[in-house]
Design a binder for this molecule. Structure first.
Ligand code: PAF
Length: 283
């Protein structure tokens, strides 16, 4: 596996590999088992003859003014090992100065799917995500890319960007990897204190309870499903502060309609300085 830290070298590599299937795994580093699963999935999609490129870039554009950009964990040495052990061919880790020129004036703006859920409390976040992912697509010239389903809204928005900007790239959503107690793996879980960590699995437990009410109990009222989750969190995670719990259409991320094929419940809860997100598809 090779480490590439600048655009010029990446372009040379990409020129030499034209015609070879390329699968991209965009990340912000601080890799954990959830990322390892994405890299393994990319390896499987690329096959023996294709290339897997992992990108690591802590993207300043997607952090709000009071968010954790400066303290976001940077662990390149450990990340290199995870990339190598899980089958990556290239680790692309550019410097911010190279990706964003001081007088840059163009970016991607999403005007619909990013207005709900996480986007409601993180304005401009998804514009930052779309901008960097579009740049990575252009630079890496990948044929396919993998994203985790934990960031359900991000995945839906990337699919929409690929459709609306005519990228000829296949997007794969990969299932969330969880700790033994159900907590979705996230680089931000390390911010949890022991008592917050002990309460964090309630997100998953509450989502499962609501899905049970939907599947087995036939409950179709979104507000009732929402209340099941809120009640459970109130009892089992008193340290938590709920940002949102919403039942939405999986592709529009708006309230379900008659035409909705798949519903998803998405949730975000602050536990101390960590903001945890999770979701469950109702199927
Ligand atoms: O999911 C992430 O880690 C980031 O949002 C992404 C897709 C790498 C863009 O910076």
């Amino acid at each position: 596996m090779n480490l590439i830290d600048n655009i010029q070298q990446l372009r040379v590599w990409s020129g030499m590999n034209r015609g070879t299937r390329c699968v991209l795994v965009p990340t912000m580093g601080a890799l954990h088992e959830g990322h390892a699963a994405l890299i393994r999935a990319a390896r499987e999609i690329a096959g023996h003859t294709g290339n897997v490129v992992v990108s690591i870039f802590v993207n300043p554009l997607q952090f709000g003014p009071n968010e954790d950009f400066s303290k976001y964990p940077r662990t390149l040495e450990e990340d290199l090992v995870i990339c190598r052990e899980n089958g990556a061919d290239i680790l692309f880790a550019p410097r911010a100065e190279e990706l964003y020129l001081p007088d840059r004036s163009i970016q991607v703006v999403e005007t619909s799917l990013s207005k709900t859920l996480c986007g409601a409390s993180r304005p401009r976040h998804f514009d930052g995500v779309c901008t960097v992912v579009a740049k990575l697509f252009n630079l890496v010239q990948c044929d396919e890319a993998v994203f985790g389903k934990k960031d359900y809204q991000q995945l839906a928005i990337i699919r929409r960007m690929v459709r609306d900007l005519d990228y000829n790239i296949v997007i794969h959503g990969i299932d969330t990897v969880r700790e033994a107690d159900g907590l979705a793996m996230s680089s931000r879980n390390r911010y949890l204190t022991p008592s917050e960590r002990a309460q964090a699995p309630v997100l998953r437990a509450a989502l499962l309870k609501a899905r049970e009410a939907y599947i087995q109990g036939g409950e179709r009222d979104g507000e009732v499903l929402q209340q099941i989750i809120l009640d459970r969190i109130a009892v089992e995670a008193p340290l938590g502060r709920v940002d949102y719990v919403q039942v939405v259409d999986a592709s529009t991320l708006q309230a379900p309609t008659e035409a909705t094929e798949l519903r998803v419940i998405a949730i975000a809860v602050f536990l101390g300085s960590a903001r945890l997100i999770d979701n469950i598809e109702l199927k």
